[in-house]
Structure formats: structure tokens, C-alpha cells
Write a protein that binds this ligand. Structure first.
Ligand SMILES: [Mn+2]
Length: 282
């Protein structure tokens, strides 16, 4: 099936600048036709006390991503969103849920992204999208689309190693499945992905994949806004993508997010991101 790219050029979900430049930087190399979605032309809030940073602009952005993703799906094509920070994908995941009716989601990420406005300490909305997508509070972020969330029981986080104490409570409450980086080290990336796919596809019509580059160790992939030590290695990163490709018949939509070119060293992260994109598009 034809893949159609969305360049999601926003870093409004995080106080660190630069991830808005990620998609453009990657597509410069790929040189593929794409839909381009820009953030609002406003001054980005980075206030430490604002616990709803850039909420309104992120909602505008989400709606644009949602409409674009839906238009791609309606042409019977696969949307591939390139971020942007992780708040960019609320619209892509929920458009896929709307079009495919009932899907599961696999969230490959060092973080849980399962905070709510009550539990967030930073107010960075890129720490809330998975909760919003699975309808766990955060209604303010999905107001444009009611009763269309992904069932958290079909939601799997893969590669987590930095989950806030309150956030883990949300995830347990919602019955999200978590596989940690340690699980990947112990059981192998392919085996963990097989388990994740089985949970996400159980009684659903397909899967949305959201791949955050910060799951990879920052010594190998330093170009991300919120790096976490002791991540997966490059081989494991590709093994994860291999399992995704092996299940292409049920993968309905895909994101690759959080590449921040301003923090990259010697194009290390860029090269891995490009390899992952090429692997998916083969
Ligand atoms: Mn993330």
C-alpha cells in the first residue's frame, strides 16, 4: 500500500526548542512528497509554572493533523507522521482510530507519556498524549472528537525506563501494558514486539505505531529533546521495526517522532531515523 508522509513541524509540547525542525531535516534527505503541518505562529510558552503550556496551539495543531491523516486513510493509503515532539501524534492516532474503528496502539518510548493535567510536573504536553489518545482524562486535548478513543487495554508501551511516580498510577489504573527497556534486554526486542503486537491486535481492526527516538540510548542517538540513559541499542531499534514490517497487514498508521536536529551530534540520530524510515517504506 502507498505510504503518505506528514511533516509535523511542532515543538510546542516540550520546553526544549528544535524538534519542530526534525521532519524537514529528515525529508530533505528522503525528498518525498509530503503534507506539511506547521505550528501556530505564536510565541511558545516555556514557563515553569504554566502546567498547560501551549494547550490551545497544540489543539489547533492536533485538529490539522487529524484532518490530514484522515484524508490519507480515506484514499486507502498509510499515513506516516514524522515529528515533531510527541504531542503531534494525538491527531494521527485518533484519525486512525476513527477510520479503522477499533485499533490498538504500540508506543515505543523511554517515557510513558501518560500524565494528565493533574499529575504533570512540567506542564509539557508531550508527556500526556498517550493518556489523551486512550481517553484517560485529558479531555481538553481531544475535545474535537468525542467517544473515539483507543481502548487502553489494547495499548502497549515498549522500552519504558522513565515513568513518573504519579504517571505509573494512571497507567495501572487504565490497564495499559508496559514492557521496559530491561524486558527488551532480557527477552529480546523481537520477542517483546511479538507480545506487544498480540496485545494491541487482540479483538481490534489493526494497530497504530508511535515510535519515539528517545527509546534509543542517547550515546547512540543524542538528538532528542528529553534523553534518558541506558536505552536500547541500534540493533534493537531495527529489530523493533522489523517486527512492525513483518506485520504490515495489520499496521494501519505510523509515527516517528522527537528527532531534534539542534541537539544531534555528527548526524548520529539523523542516520538512525533515516534508516528506520527507509526500513518502514521498503
Ligand atoms: Mn514520547
Amino acid at each position: 500500500m502507498k505510504i503518505n508522509i506528514i511533516e509535523a513541524r511542532s515543538d510546542l509540547g516540550v520546553h526544549v526548542d528544535g524538534s519542530n525542525l526534525g521532519a524537514q531535516e529528515l525529508n530533505k534527505e528522503l525528498n518525498l512528497n509530503s503534507f506539511i503541518i506547521n505550528k501556530d505562529n505564536i510565541e511558545k510558552s516555556k514557563s515553569h509554572t504554566d502546567l498547560r503550556k501551549n494547550e490551545e496551539s497544540i489543539n489547533h495543531f492536533t485538529k490539522k493533523v487529524f484532518d490530514t491523516t484522515l484524508s490519507i486513510l480515506e484514499k486507502n493509503e498509510i499515513p506516516l507522521l514524522i515529528g515533531g515532539d510527541h504531542s503531534c501524534v494525538i491527531g494521527s492516532a485518533l484519525a486512525s482510530q476513527k477510520y479503522n474503528k477499533n485499533i490498538g496502539i504500540i508506543w515505543i518510548d523511554a517515557h510513558g507519556d501518560y500524565n494528565t493535567f493533574e499529575t504533570t510536573k512540567s506542564g509539557n504536553i508531550h508527556g500526556l498524549p498517550l493518556a489523551a489518545i486512550t481517553g484517560y482524562k485529558c479531555e481538553e486535548l481531544t475535545n474535537f472528537i468525542t467517544d473515539n478513543h483507543i481502548n487502553p487495554k489494547n495499548c502497549v508501551v515498549v522500552g519504558a525506563r522513565s515513568i513518573d511516580p504519579w504517571e505509573i498510577g494512571n497507567m495501572i489504573d487504565a490497564e495499559v501494558t508496559i514492557f521496559t527497556t530491561e524486558d527488551i534486554k532480557n527477552e529480546g526486542a523481537s520477542n517483546i514486539m511479538k507480545k506487544a503486537i498480540s496485545i494491541a491486535s487482540n479483538n481490534t481492526n489493526g494497530i497504530h505505531i508511535s515510535y519515539d527516538l528517545d527509546v534509543i540510548d542517547p550515546n547512540i542517538a543524542p538528538g532528542v529533546s528529553v534523553p534518558e540513559e541506558n536505552g536500547i541499542n541500534e540493533k534493537e531499534a531495527y529489530e523493533i521495526m522489523n517486527e512492525i514490517i513483518n506485520n504490515k497487514n495489520i499496521i494501519k498508521s505510523m509515527d516517528l517522532v522527537e528527532f531534534n536536529p539542534t541537539l544531534d551530534i555528527d548526524d548520529k540520530t539523523k542516520k538512525i531515523a533515516l534508516n528506520l524510515l527507509k526500513q518502514f517504506m521498503e
